[in-house]
Write a protein that binds this ligand. Structure first.
Ligand code: PGA
Length: 261
């Protein structure tokens, strides 16, 4: 696992956007797996800037989604489909045709989950999957004790995640859906490159457990230790509980060899 410590969230966003731009230069129709939440916003801002300045052509890029709430009315502004269209697809100048996501309003949710895994495989697999991390160590919405081999499926959110996400629903925990569809950890692990961004002190425990703890279902993100090409980008605050922080600085800072891989 490559652990790149950056000064702040903006620098992390820049670094990851450049990796995505490099991928698009090599493979213009790359399938980019995106994440929602507050953390990836600096990535999308930086990538949009590169597209607008003509530094990269994203017109053939394909975008896919990690997870989705179950049961929100179609078009709800906090559905992840609407969020990704607003934050990623439209700013990059793409249309909905370039976008894939699980159908959280399907009448047959297990069938919708299977269909999404199949669609990802038929699209040739995800080239680069962005990930955030929950304060409880989740990736996507794979909450603690998710099977490390899980496929896309319905999950129930933990109380911690409901509390964390209430800010997107006027601070009202009652409005946060309790159920979600999420790519499974096994599904996520099939992406060719995993890039996790974590910023802020609130993520420091989860980052330390992910990077330096044992691989364990109680910390779903620790599965990244088993991936051939996983990159964890953290700001100083999120890195503050890493025992090997100095080693990571020495090894990876200013040497982002991973960008071109
Ligand atoms: P956040 O969410 O970026 O809003 O902190 C991360 C996550 O829950 O995966």
């Amino acid at each position: 696992m490559e652990v790149v410590i950056v000064p702040d969230a903006k620098a992390g966003g820049e670094l990851i956007a450049e990796a995505m731009a490099a991928l698009l230069r090599r493979k213009p129709d790359a399938l980019l797996g995106v994440a929602t939440g507050s953390t990836p916003l600096p990535i999308y801002e930086a990538l949009t800037g590169k597209v607008q300045r003509g530094e990269v052509d994203a017109s053939k890029a394909r975008i896919c989604q990690l997870d989705e709430y179950v049961g929100l009315p179609a078009g709800h502004p906090e559905s992840y489909r609407a969020t990704v269209l607003r934050q990623v697809v439209e700013p990059l100048g793409l249309t909905e045709a370039s976008f894939m996501g699980p159908d959280g309003s399907a009448s047959d949710i297990p069938a919708a989950c299977e269909a999404y895994d199949r669609a990802l495989a038929e699209a040739g697999g995800v080239d680069l999957q962005l990930l955030g991390i929950g304060t409880d160590g989740h990736i996507g919405f794979n909450e603690p004790c998710s099977s490390l081999a899980s496929r896309t499926r319905i999950k129930t959110l933990t109380e911690q995640t409901l509390v964390d996400n209430a800010r997107f629903f006027d601070g009202d925990i009652e409005q946060v859906p309790h159920h979600v569809i999420t790519q499974g950890i096994g599904t996520i692990m099939e992406a060719r490159h995993l890039v996790l961004l974590a910023t802020g002190e609130g993520k420091a425990d989860a980052v330390a457990a992910t990077v330096e703890g044992p691989v364990a279902a109680i910390v779903p993100a620790s599965a990244l230790q088993l991936h051939r090409h996983a990159t964890v980008v953290v700001d100083e605050a999120a890195a503050s509980k890493l025992k090997l922080a100095d080693y990571f600085r020495h090894t990876y800072a200013n040497k982002p060899t991973w960008q071109g891989l």
